[in-house]
Design a protein around this ligand. Structure first.
Ligand SMILES: C[S@@+](CC[C@H](N)C(=O)[O-])C[C@H]1O[C@@H](n2cnc3c(N)ncnc32)[C@H](O)[C@@H]1O
Length: 220
């Protein structure tokens, strides 16, 4: 943050804001707000940059949400965010989903525009949303990386962590939550085997595919 600058961190989750408060360096001029970013009270024309890491795919009406957030940007201000591409390219969901086929009932695929982690997978849709929200100079670039999913003191602990996360976050977690204990146990063993097939010494390395999206608030 430059001299005289300030940061406003917004998240709808009290727990996430609590975590952000705990992690923020003491000397950073940052305020936090627990609010829905699509309707939060934001100062008009106040910010140079709007940034999000994996937080913008959950709006019921993304165009209205981005138009609302754009009004908090100065003329010429920029937006930058990272979001997931498709499930098929993202091992943190693809691997466990493939592993539980035949163990849990098949999941109805979400509608292509239903809010959720993969709702910005279609780059054309992302461009349409930002254009309709009034942004210009839209850039949408793929960014691929192999990242540690589970991490732990040992390889076994890392795999346990990856399995735990599968049961806690992402589309599969909701399906697994509804299953009886015996099915959950079989699913857990299958997911464990899938992650065990990946490399990593004290982690489970997985392929992840994202878009890095940038755009600008027009100057007039
Ligand atoms: C995958 S998490 C990413 C969290 C964090 N940005 C990070 O990278 O670690 C998605 C975040 O988006 C937040 N979120 C979802 N819908 C939101 C909304 N309408 N307004 C504000 N935050 C929202 C969730 O509470 C959650 O913290």
């Amino acid at each position: 943050v430059g001299a005289g600058g300030h940061v406003l961190g917004v998240d709808i989750s009290e727990a996430l804001i609590g975590r952000a408060r705990a992690l923020a360096p003491q000397d950073t001029p940052v305020q936090f707000q627990v609010a829905d970013a699509s309707s939060a009270e934001l100062p008009e024309g106040a910010f140079d940059i709007l940034f999000s890491r994996f937080g913008v795919m959950f709006f019921d009406d993304p165009t209205a949400a981005f138009a609302h957030m754009r009004h908090a940007l100065k003329p010429g201000g920029r937006v930058a965010f990272v979001c997931w591409r498709g499930v098929a390219e993202n091992d943190w969901v693809r691997l466990p989903m493939d592993a539980v086929k035949g163990i849990v009932p098949p999941m109805a695929p979400p509608g292509p525009e239903a809010p959720g982690p993969f709702s910005f997978g279609d780059r054309g849709r992302v461009a349409r949303i930002l254009t309709a929200a009034g942004f210009t100079d839209i850039g949408i670039a793929p960014f691929d990386a192999s990242i540690p999913f589970g991490e732990g003191a040992t390889r076994d602990a890392a795999i346990d962590e990856a399995v735990k996360m599968t049961f806690e976050v992402g589309p599969l977690s909701r399906v697994l939550a509804d299953q009886p204990d015996d099915i959950r146990a079989r699913a857990s063993a299958a997911v464990r085997a899938a992650f065990a097939g990946r490399t990593g010494e004290r982690s489970v390395m997985i392929d992840r595919a994202t878009w890095i999206v940038t755009a600008r608030n027009p100057t007039s």
